[in-house]
Design a protein around this ligand. Structure first.
Ligand SMILES: Nc1ncnc2c1ncn2[C@@H]1O[C@H](COP(=O)(O)OP(=O)(O)O)[C@@H](O)[C@H]1O
Ligand SMILES: [Mg+2]
Length: 321
């Protein structure tokens, strides 16, 4: 399968007065063409940093190393001009809290004008595309002459989605795009992401969330992030059916509405919270919360183990199987 994005030992830190916050710290992850991958983890695990750094890295964020191969371009070394070129056209992001951050003094039409100018595309063409998108998305044409503040949260998020997909990007990164919406709207917006992919309006999608139940409705793959690292990756249903990493088990256990009956296995829940990434614990970063932690876990960071050819788990429990 063709990969659209390949991260290899990818690292993004924040430079602060007290030192580096190691928000993304050695991530390996691949996204295939036409795939929706869910990126899940508790708050503070580095999901937004990963998402934003691929599209719009800006200080105090600093790409510290590794590779991020996107359609043959290494995003860790791309010149700013080239980055601007691919933004929206090939790679689009819906940042966390996007629906609240639209400037209130502009009509949607003004956003479209900005985009047209930025991209050097004829305004009318951009308006046309926007109309196509909102038609697909199911918004009335009139929104183009409205201010964001006149729209409901759900409509605003749909407008954000229409803007992000104007140029049919090969990859759309959506950071918690449904978290601020009520349950019914959430479901519609989730379905919309699937439809955008199924109709080739976007190629692949990285869907960032802390809610495993919502991502289950749309994602093919699941990557579980903990304290700056991907600790488990695999086919979404497989991971939910048989979570391997103790952290993944804890996450799933915390959501009884998933309605899964794990007959033999007793899943241990999650106590505590993710560590500060300024001075993360040595060894496995999950060890302080892990019910299975042994001495070696507190000393050495576990390797990422590949099972069945592609499923991965980063945990000492699986090294001597
Ligand atoms: N501007 C910043 N400066 C310093 N640390 C930051 C900054 N933004 C985020 N962080 C830290 O980076 C870590 C990852 O944050 P984030 O990527 O927002 O996680 P998530 O999206 O999973 O909640 C957290 O420990 C957070 O405190
Ligand atoms: Mg976030």
């Amino acid at each position: 399968m063709d990969m659209i994005l390949e991260l290899d030992d990818y690292r993004v830190y924040y430079k602060t007065l007290s030192g580096y916050v190691k928000a993304v710290d050695g991530v390996n992850l691949s996204v295939a063409e036409h795939e929706i991958i869910g990126l899940i983890g508790e708050s503070g695990c580095g999901k937004s940093t990963l998402a934003l750094s691929l599209a719009l890295p800006k200080p105090p964020m600093k790409i510290m190393g590794g590779k991020a191969n996107f359609l043959g371009i290494d995003l860790t070394r791309i010149p700013w001009k080239k980055r601007r070129e691919i933004l929206l056209s090939k790679l689009s992001i819906i940042p966390q809290y996007a629906l609240d951050s639209l400037p209130v003094i502009k009509k949607i039409r003004d956003f479209l004008r900005d985009i047209a100018r930025d991209k050097g595309v004829d305004e009318e063409k951009v308006f046309e595309r926007f109309k196509e998108r909102i038609n697909f998305i199911g918004l009335p044409r009139e929104v183009i002459d409205m201010y964001p503040i006149e729209l409901s949260g759900g409509m605003r998020q749909r407008v954000v989605i229409a803007l992000a997909t104007l140029f049919s990007p090969a990859l759309l990164i959506a950071d918690e795009p449904t978290s601020a919406l009520d349950v019914t709207t959430q479901r519609h917006v989730l379905e919309l992401f699937s439809e955008l992919r199924d109709n080739n309006i976007v190629g692949s999608i990285i869907f960032v969330t802390h809610d495993i139940a919502s991502v289950r409705q749309i994602a093919d793959k699941l990557a579980v992030m903990y304290a700056g690292k991907v600790v488990e990756y695999g086919d979404l249903e497989e991971v939910i059916r048989e979570p391997l990493h103790p952290y993944t088990r804890g996450l799933i256990k915390a959501v009884p509405t998933l309605g899964i009956n794990y007959k033999k296995k007793r899943l241990k829940g999650l106590a505590g919270s993710p560590p500060s990434l300024l001075n993360p614990p040595p060894g496995c970063r999950f060890a302080p919360r892990c019910p299975y932690a042994r001495e070696e876990c507190r000393i050495n960071d576990p390797p990422t183990i590949v099972l069945d050819g592609y499923r991965t788990v980063k945990c000492w429990l699986y090294t001597r199987r």
